[in-house]
Design a protein around this ligand. Structure first.
Ligand SMILES: *Cc1c(COP(=O)(O)O)cnc(C)c1O
Length: 501
């Protein structure tokens, strides 16, 4: 069909021009290439927000009435600013957080996702993403171990949302009328509660808050010196909760706590949950990926007994955030979190097409086709890519722990089970009551120096330095450099600022 140039739409055409698109892509690739090739030690160049806002504002066109003439150089400046001002996840200086330096190919797939824009909650909008979700669920289930066809998996925008979704499914199973009737559905004196490890990720308590389970009704299960839930303390804690009038309906275990990467004893906790008729949710946001490793999968022994399992692929499967997989052992339960009908999206008569829709199982309506980067990596490289990287990261973490044990001024706090390692710098002259503030000050100074990016966490109430090794290019040499920087900043703080900051 011939179309004539329409003077009304013509100003739009440059923005949709295919040749320009190629130019923009080249601009982006020419900036990202050197970024990936740069193995220098860089942390975070933290810019004051007002300063950055001014720089960014100067890059914005003042044109308001007509579509601005395009300036490829300005695009390059914006992309450059974007790339430079974040945490440098591809540098060996990045040791601070759980999101990964992604496998570059996964970024290319994500880029395609953004251009074709196929949201994935409904099969008709994103056919391949929906099929890929099924294929990935089956692939990953080889490592979980449920019977094919009996379980379900739904993707969610992050582990926090996966935890909330699973807890809703758990609550609705225990209190089926709550969804429709709200609190009025509860018989007098029934107070729904959940039991979680004392070091559970904050999103679990937040989910409880969202569901109207007060903070005080989150039963905190004691953890031992290894930072894992003490199984011997679980039954007494649940008995005590019952005496306080709480109806605990769910037990949440962590497979890899955020702070130190501790794996709760899933096998034994599953037994308690079964015996007390509790939903058993495993928050494996960080550590579920260890299932892929022959060497480390024993840490998740019992995971197949979980009613639900949250697994962040944007952490230990090295794809762009967010990409979370929420598994249910019983596929019927995947429909339990949200009990709604919406005529404009949910079909009354499911057919082979709508059967793959996940809109009734996830909170999002429009959802990123987040499985695509993971599925493409898996399809082209196979599971060994992930397994080898995981094994390597866990291996260097153990090595670093070993190094720390030989340093008298470094205090180790746990034997690392995954790629998270917490420790304290305790030079001899440091008074005991200054240990906490000293770690915080060191962490802040190291961050400011901009070479290394590390984090901090309280372990048993006292701050510790925390490294999370997501980058396989990190070597023991980098770690020694980090320790050197910690000591140097430590001396500075002690002698200039008296250890308190
Ligand atoms: C990271 C993490 C979360 C939160 O997941 P997001 O994807 O950041 O929302 C929850 N639980 C654990 C154990 C985590 O490590």
């Amino acid at each position: 069909m011939e179309t004539r140039c329409d003077p009304l739409t013509d100003p739009l055409s440059p923005a949709f021009d295919e040749r320009r698109f190629r130019d923009h892509t080249e601009t982006a690739v020419s900036l990202l290439g050197p970024q990936l090739a740069d193995t220098s030690i860089r942390g975070l160049d933290l810019i004051e927000p007002a300063t950055l806002a001014k720089v960014a504002r100067d890059l914005m066109t003042c044109e308001r009435d007509t579509v601005a003439a395009f300036d490829e150089k300005k695009l390059a400046a914006i992309l450059d600013l974007y790339i430079r001002t974040g945490i440098q996840v591809h540098s060996p200086g990045y040791m601070g957080r759980q999101f990964s330096g992604v496998v570059p190919l996964s970024g290319v797939v994500d880029f395609v996702s953004s251009v074709v824009n196929q949201p994935s909650s409904f099969y008709e909008a994103g056919q391949l993403p929906n099929v890929a979700e099924r294929l990935m669920a089956d692939e990953l289930n080889r490592y979980i171990g449920w019977d094919p066809g009996t379980f379900a998996m739904v993707t969610t925008s992050g582990g926090s949302l996966a935890n909330l979704t699973a807890l809703l499914a758990a609550r609705n199973r225990a209190f089926p009328d709550l969804w429709a009737r709200g609190a009025a559905a509860l018989p007098d004196g029934v107070r729904p509660a959940i039991a979680v490890g004392a070091d559970t990720h904050y999103s679990v308590a937040r989910a409880a808050g969202i569901m109207g389970i007060g903070e005080q009704r989150v039963v905190r299960l004691p953890i031992g010196p290894d930072q894992r839930i003490r199984v011997d303390a679980v039954r007494p804690a649940l008995d005590d909760a019952r005496r306080r009038g709480l109806s605990v309906f769910c037990l949440v275990a962590s497979a890899g706590t955020t702070s130190v990467g501790a794996f709760d004893p899933l096998d034994e906790l599953a037994a308690v949950a079964r015996e007390q008729n509790l939903w058993f949710h495993v928050d494996g946001a960080h550590g579920a990926a260890l299932l892929l490793s022959e060497r480390h999968r024993h840490k998740l022994r019992g995971v197949e007994q979980a009613d639900s399992l949250a697994w962040d692929a944007h952490k230990m499967l090295f794809v762009p955030a967010p990409c979370t997989l929420l598994f249910y052992r019983d596929k019927a339960h995947s429909l339990g979190a949200f009990r709604q009908k919406a005529s404009y999206v949910f079909d009354e008569q499911p057919d082979p097409y709508t059967a793959l829709d996940s809109g009734d199982k996830n909170f999002e309506c429009t959802k990123r086709p987040m499985i695509m980067p993971l599925w493409v990596l898996w399809s082209l490289y196979g599971p060994a890519l992930f397994r080898r990287k995981i094994d390597h990261l866990c291996g260097i973490t153990e090595e670093f722990h070993h190094i720390l044990r030989g340093e008298p001024d470094m205090e180790t706090l746990h034997r690392p089970e995954v790629n998270i390692l917490c420790f304290r710098h305790r030079p001899e002259e440091l008074p005991d009551d200054a240990v906490h503030a000293f770690q915080v000050a060191i962490r802040n100074r190291v961050k400011q120096e901009g070479n290394f990016f590390i984090s901090k966490v309280d372990v048993d109430g006292v701050a510790a330095l925390r490294v999370v090794l997501m980058n396989h290019r990190i070597t023991t040499e980098h770690f020694h450099l980090l320790l050197g920087e910690i000591r140097r900043t430590g001396q500075d703080i002690l002698h200039r600022e008296g250890g308190r900051n």
